[in-house]
Ligand binder design. Structure first.
Ligand SMILES: *Cc1c(COP(=O)(O)O)cnc(C)c1O
Length: 393
């Protein structure tokens, strides 16, 4: 059994993919060829925003957005410690300070009430209000809240009504890190459109992936989109050799756009297949019992199930279940075994174990089961049977 089966998808659309690749080989416009613009137009329409700005990865999408808001030294950007490194990494790369905020135990996403407390703690320079980066105690007076990156973890959108209103109250920007949630929905709106800028990733294993690295930013605001378009090509002005700001080389390859165009045609159907697989898991696992918590999806939300992640009762229970599954040839994965505030990369912030108890607890208990649109019911039944009788040989 595969954790994510990309070959089943490829078998369905291999001809279209090959035809699209051949077109690129024929016209030879490998950089910013017509497929790039076509993909941007299609995806902007799908997400229902005015502008889609493609780029070289999900990480570059975050970098471009933060650059667009002029994030730099002295800025605090609030985010979750329970995410992939890239989210907080780009904040630090620009010399700004990532300020972590614990997660909601039901959704695994950033908790908007905690966010409000963390912003207040920075504004008041008062770590008794919320856990702040200890090592920056003496620099706190020079650090100002600037923005929030909210991550739609495992494909489930965050509570954006609440997050946007907290941010607005404090005058902060909000970036939606939708790297895992392309195709998800929140109150009738598509993920990637839930904050002023939405960022996604086309890394192969994401719900909408290409065959290499790729990413995209989404925005309604003309000015923000124009800045991102400039930043992704070395800060260009009206002309390639007129440079009006410092940017990066962050374009999406034409070949990757061509591959995504072929995949886009079956995306809505694949999203439905993911929903079916997730509902089946939940039904089977609830019936199997064995103290395993299944994912919670609030009313009005549609996850795209980048991962189907469950919570064991403790670390030993998780190890036990993962071992039994592995022995039966079923791969599982842990996203994420170590919250970001405890990673060596962020040691200079001075966070400690105990600062974000929910994220820390979940890092010890969470694991993800195989999930992709082509998962078979029989495979899911096998998994549920093993969960039910974890001690059988
Ligand atoms: C994958 C991912 C990224 C980075 O995307 P890349 O395309 O790999 O650079 C950023 N944030 C989250 C939450 C991700 O899952």
């Amino acid at each position: 059994m595969q954790f994510i089966d990309l070959s089943a998808q490829q078998k369905r659309i291999r001809n279209e993919i090959e035809a699209n690749i051949r077109k690129v080989l024929d016209h030879g416009l490998y950089i910013m060829g017509p497929e790039v613009n076509k993909l941007e137009e299609k995806l902007a329409e799908f997400i229902n925003v005015k502008h889609a700005v493609s780029c070289a990865s999900g990480t570059d999408a975050l970098l471009l957005s933060l650059l667009t808001y002029n994030v730099g030294p002295g800025d605090a950007v609030f985010t979750t410690p329970f995410t992939f490194i890239a989210t907080a990494e780009m904040i630090s790369l620009l010399g700004a300070t990532p300020v972590f905020v614990d997660i909601d135990p039901k959704t695994y996403n950033i908790d908007p009430d905690h966010l409000n407390k963390a912003i207040t703690a920075i504004n008041d320079q008062d770590p008794s209000v919320y856990s702040l980066p200890r090592a920056l105690k003496h620099e706190l007076p020079t650090i100002t809240p600037k923005g929030v990156i909210a991550v739609d973890l495992f494909g489930l959108p965050c509570n954006f009504d609440h997050i946007n209103s907290v941010a607005e109250k404090h005058g902060l920007f909000v970036i939606e890190d939708a790297a895992q949630s392309f195709g998800a929905e929140y109150k009738g709106k598509k993920a990637c459109s839930l904050a002023e800028i939405g960022c996604t990733s086309f890394f192969p294993a994401k719900p909408f992936g290409c065959y290499g690295d790729g990413g995209m930013c989404f925005a309604d605001n003309d000015k923000l989109a124009e800045i991102m378009q400039s930043l992704r090509v070395h800060g260009k002005g009206n002309h390639k050799y007129e440079n009006i700001r410092i940017g990066i080389n962050g374009r999406l390859d034409t070949l990757q756009a061509a591959i995504l165009l072929a995949k886009f045609d079956i995306l809505p159907e694949e999203v439905e297949l993911r929903h079916k697989a997730a509902s089946k898991y939940t039904e089977l696992l609830i019936a199997a019992g064995n103290k395993l918590s299944t994912p919670f999806v609030p009313d009005g939300y549609k996850s795209v199930w980048a991962q189907y992640s469950v919570l064991a009762s403790d670390e030993e229970h998780r190890t036990n279940l993962q071992t039994k599954l592995r022995d039966a040839g079923i791969p599982t994965a842990i996203y994420y075994p170590k919250p970001l505030h405890l990673q060596a990369a962020f040691a200079s912030l001075g966070y400690k174990e105990g600062d974000f108890p929910i994220g820390e607890d979940f890092a010890r208990r969470i694991f993800s089961l195989p999930m992709h649109p082509y998962l078979k019911k029989e495979e899911q039944k096998k998994i549920a049977d093993i969960v039910k009788n974890p001690s059988r040989p």
